[in-house]
Design a protein around this ligand. Sequence first.
Ligand SMILES: [Zn+2]
Length: 250
Amino acid sequence: MFRARVHVSLHDVSPAWDAEIDHALAMCAEFGIKPGLLVVPDFHGRAPLATSPRYTAKLRALQGAGHEIFLHGYFHRARPASEGPAGDGRPSGVTHAFAQSVVSAGEAEFSDVTRSEARERLAMGKKVLEDAGLAIDGFVPPAWSSPPWLADELAQMGITYTEDHLSVSNPVTKRRRPSLVLNFASRTKARMASTIAFCRVARPLGHLVPTRVALHPGDMTKARLRDEARNLLAWASRQELVSAQRLVEG
Ligand SMILES: [Zn+2]
């Protein structure tokens, strides 16, 4: 049987989601899967890793056991509306509004900063993970929202893996491949139903392009999504499970 090439990851790894991430890790372990961990240095400005030594010790142990660690934004939040409309070179307009309201409900952090702010946050995030003794296997922007200049910034930092909605790439070598992502949206019933349906019908496409299975903490909070996540992981466990780097390199 031809197997799809699949990478599994857990998004929004943070002390803010401790129980949900543990739950997702246990579910992955049932299928012998070691997901990549997308770590947020300070989720919504209320869960700083830098002052969570027990949590960073846990992450070090997980990396030691073979889990990849990815930097996943810094705050994982766009600028609050209370700070006023976009100005001083900040992104604005229809695409920006779409990125914030439709795709991510305000989580598209890197669509809402200037390039120099992004550079600062990337450097801060890298430092938090490195100070915690974690090696960085790549960068995944929150809500997969990746401005055109982001790849160059990542290349300058020597980061060799990133991804957006439609592709996986190595910013240093500039190699890019189209890639399918299977994930669930939990915010509204309608979106939940449509993403569940998509994850079912799109699986066969995994035989054509490298595929990502992305689980979120919210997937662990509803019985229906837990069942779907388990179902998706069972499918993934029958495929060829690879590192993110292998997804790009083929
Ligand atoms: Zn995220």
